[in-house]
Design a protein around this ligand. Structure first.
Ligand code: AMP
Ligand code: ZN
Length: 488
């Protein structure tokens, strides 16, 4: 297998060589849990969910670490007290950790709705304060960082003086960076405006604070990812992912911290997922151009004509390559809905195929399978994979109409491949199956409630449940083994 991955560090597609054969270490920057994730955030996490699924499908054992940013110096407006968690906790009149809990729960619920698999490790910034303090101490000791007024900053100029190249990931020239930066944040404390905080001293009003060798404070955002990726994946690991907008300064700072701390480049393959736009503009909370994932699913929004099932949203996202910008619109969603239904119908037809089998196949399954694998191994090209799936879809419908032939062996393999690509790799869900399952669960609840009513001799209620279900075309039948139902 020759897996090619586009590496943001080199700007080229490279052959993927994991550090330990068959094992992959992957770190993806997680959400900052001070508000609900928007649909754009979901796209980035879904891109890496697809990559995780594809790597697993291709036979790798993946240790997938995605953190939760539940503390950290994140502001760039110069106001140290303007911590997003603290600000939100004042707004909602909750403890900062209640804010963290509320939006972590929301994040998990949303990702579950869109059928994203959980990472294998999900560490939190607040759970790794000690590791971050240790890294900052190490950097001070080796001369890459300095303390100032209870805060600790990374010395970018010193890093460059030692022949290390700040700006290598985002391809920024350090001199230009120095000339163009007007960073107010910590201006009286920093040697240079490009220096970034590893630790920030907390003012008396700051609620989230920890003891440190430099007094009470809180960690810098960039350091958190270096601390957790090093702890769980090592000083040098295979893949680091995140949205395109994190390349600078966040990931650039991670490269610098890793190299300065450990003398080795932390990451072999940097992967950046592209943005979701709506009406041609990047989705973002700050501009107001955003939709919450559940608003799209419920239909409760001003942008879309109707609600869309999460599986259709997922199909729409998968129709774009993870490195391309994707614009979401009503027309695109309607088209995806049609495509999704046709794909699911074909999966259903091929799974239940009971037609005449033949001594030969009119479909070149071997080369089709190769093309699907080629798409997957060519930098995880989901739209090309989907276009190949639709070649098979067309074949399946013709097969059903008796216009094509297939051998028993090929049929078995086609069934399995369609199932694997659609459900395991693309992570699509079958709406119909899901709905049936839910209906069954709901009816079991009603049957149980009716039994309870009968036990307590509330026959009025038990009859009412039976009659009203009957009126909806659902007949309950009481037998020796309990109550069953049939749908008319
Ligand atoms: P945040 O919680 O702000 O750190 O964002 C979580 C993830 O969502 C990051 O990887 C961002 O790069 C990503 N992200 C933010 N806006 C968008 C967008 N419009 N489209 C795709 N990904 C985004
Ligand atoms: Zn990060």
């Amino acid at each position: 297998m020759n897996l090619k991955i586009y590496n943001s560090l080199s700007g080229e597609k490279e052959t993927f060589k994991p550090i330990h054969e068959k094992n992959v270490g992957m770190y993806v920057c997680g959400p900052t849990v001070y508000s609900n994730v928007h649909l754009g955030n979901v796209r980035t996490f879904m891109s890496f969910d697809f990559i995780y699924r594809a790597l697993t499908f291709l036979g790798y054992k993946v240790r997938y670490v995605r953190n939760i940013t539940d503390a950290g110096h994140l502001t760039d407006d110069g106001d140290v007290d303007n911590d997003r968690f603290v600000k939100q906790s004042r707004l909602e009149k909750l403890e900062p950790m209640e804010i963290v809990q509320k939006y972590t729960v929301d994040f998990h619920k949303v990702l579950d709705t869109f059928n994203l698999l959980p990472p294998t490790i999900e560490p939190t910034a607040t759970g790794h304060i000690l590791e971050q303090i240790e890294l900052a101490q190490k950097l001070i000791k080796s001369g890459f960082a300095y303390e100032s007024n209870g805060s600790v900053y990374f010395d970018v100029l010193e890093y460059n003086k030692r022949g290390l190249n700040y700006g290598e990931l985002s391809r920024r020239n350090i001199d230009e960076l120095f000339a163009n930066t007007r960073d107010l944040d910590g201006q009286n404390e920093k040697k240079n405006p490009q220096d970034f905080a590893l630790w920030k001293s907390a003012s008396p009003a700051h609620l989230m604070r920890w003891n440190s060798p430099w007094g009470e404070g809180f960690p810098g955002w960039h350091l958190e990812c270096t601390a957790m990726s090093t702890k769980y994946l090592g000083e040098n690991f295979d893949i680091h992912g995140g949205g395109m907008d994190l390349k600078f300064p966040h990931h650039e700072c991670e490269v610098a911290q890793g190299k300065a701390c450990n003398g080795t480049t932390p990451v072999n393959y940097w992967m950046h997922a592209n943005m979701l736009t709506m009406n041609g503009q990047r989705m973002s909370k700050s501009t107001g151009n955003y939709i919450l994932p559940m608003e799209l699913v419920s239909g409760n929004n001003d942008f879309f004509e109707k609600p869309f099932h999460p599986a259709i949203v997922r199909f729409n996202f998968m129709q774009a390559h993870y490195r391309s910008v994707l614009d979401i619109s009503n027309e695109a969603m309607v088209a995806s809905e049609k495509g999704y239904q046709r794909l699911m119908e074909a999966v259903k037809v091929v799974s239940g195929f009971t037609f005449q089998l033949s001594g030969s196949s009119s479909f070149d399954l071997k080369s089709w399978k190769e093309k699907c694998y080629d798409a997957l191994t060519d930098d995880f090209n989901s739209p090309i994979l989907i276009s190949h799936l639709f070649e098979a879809v067309n074949f399946i419908f013709k097969l059903k109409d008796g216009k094509e032939t297939i051998t028993s062996e090929d049929l078995q393999e086609l069934k399995k491949l369609m199932h694997d690509f659609v459900f395991e790799v693309l992570g699509l869900q079958n709406i119909e199956e899901n709905n049936n399952e839910k209906l069954d669960q709901a009816l079991q609840v009603l049957i149980e409630l009716r039994n309870q009513a009968r036990k307590s001799k509330n026959f009025e209620l038990s009859d009412q449940i039976r009659d009203r279900l009957l009126a909806e075309g659902i007949e309950l039948k009481d037998g020796r083994d309990g109550t069953t139902y049939s749908l008319s």
